[in-house]
Design a protein around this ligand. Sequence first.
Ligand code: EPZ
Length: 418
Amino acid sequence: MDRLVIRGGKPLRGSVTVSGAKNAALPAMAAVLLTPGELILENVPSLRDVGTIERLLSFMGVESREVAPGTVHLTSRAVRQFEVPYDLVRTMRASVLALGPLLARFGKARVSLPGGCAIGPRPINLHLAGLHGMGAEIDLVEGYVVAKAPRLTGARIHFETVTVTGTENLMMAATLAKGTSVLENAACEPEVVDLACLLRKMGARIEGAGTATITVEGVEDLTGAQHRIIPDRIEAGTLAVAAAITQGDVLIQGCIPQHFEAVMAKLQEAGAAVAVEEGGLRVRMAARPRPVDVTTEPFPGFATDMQAQFMALMAIAEGRSVITETVFENRFMHIPEISRMGADISVGGRAAVVRGIPCLRGAPVMATDLRASASLVLAGLQARAETVVHRVYHLDRGYERLEAKLQSLGGEIRRVED
Ligand code: EPZ
């Protein structure tokens, strides 16, 4: 398993371009199951999770080929099996995004229940309740969801909890249902909006994406389309924290600042200069950060996917901050590892109290999940001496060549392949 070796203490300077958004690319690729036409997706990031969904789709019979870096052509004319096996769902929970499209287009699906993951149990009960409400027959057989629906019917679906992939699954299912569906308490994330934009290009009739109420009028069929995936707001936020934690000056190009205003506001509160500039966002920091309290919330609130990264910054703040995780049950796996670098963090339920110290100390640390591994890299960029981050396959799930991007900004970071 690869590891990253980092020597911290150097301010990052220069400009860097963010890649396409993992959490927009995954549902966009699943959407190919909704049409016999060809999808042409641009700005698709080269990530482990993208590779996983490509394997899943080709396992079903979808043809996909990368015609240029980041440009993928997909067609699902020849789908011959409708199962999403456990070993793929276990690897990547987002595989459940095949469920809605399979049911909507083919009337059947056998999808493994996701089981838990490092950050929490992560059930799909809201996905299943919504599909049942649209007339699907849902059975649980030997750890698999077995779903049937000759034709889904439009329904009013209220999500008791905001769920991003739940909203995406039901929105995709509703595009081919008979009649109109209304999704209430829907997720408003930019990735949901991007998926709706793609679906509309395919002929879907969707209103309200980006708000808490999405209305979908079902159509008989959908066509192929061409679409450019939005930039990754979480990668952009991670790079912004990298600039702040190293007291650097970085221009993050290609990002959409409106997609992470809550994170930018907290960085400014911590003392960073954050300015929208030509083509992106410039982040500068000239001193240790001020302590800032953060509570994660669904969009447009502070993204849970940025919680671990921001905690690394608060670990060196000039005082005490409280970071509260409201979205997932167990998203503090990075704390024991950052603490081995000298951070002073105590956890009580969903809140972590961070008492900032002037400087972290390099140490060997272990990545446990995608964003925890990003936070360890950020901590290593600030720490004196050497940090070795093990199990960076977690990082590779959601960041495209992160070490190369950080090297281009002057970061002393290199990958050692086992
Ligand atoms: C998406 O996961 C993202 N993944 C996650 O990003 C992100 O952290 C999360 O949304 C929250 O923003 C993708 O988009 C591929 P949820 P998702 O359903 O959809 C509970 C990353 O780092 N819930 O919005 O799986 C659930 O347990 C990943 O890139 C139910 O109870 O998350 C959680 O507590 C990690 N029942 C809360 O809702 C359900 O049926 C939000 O989960 C569904 C969800």
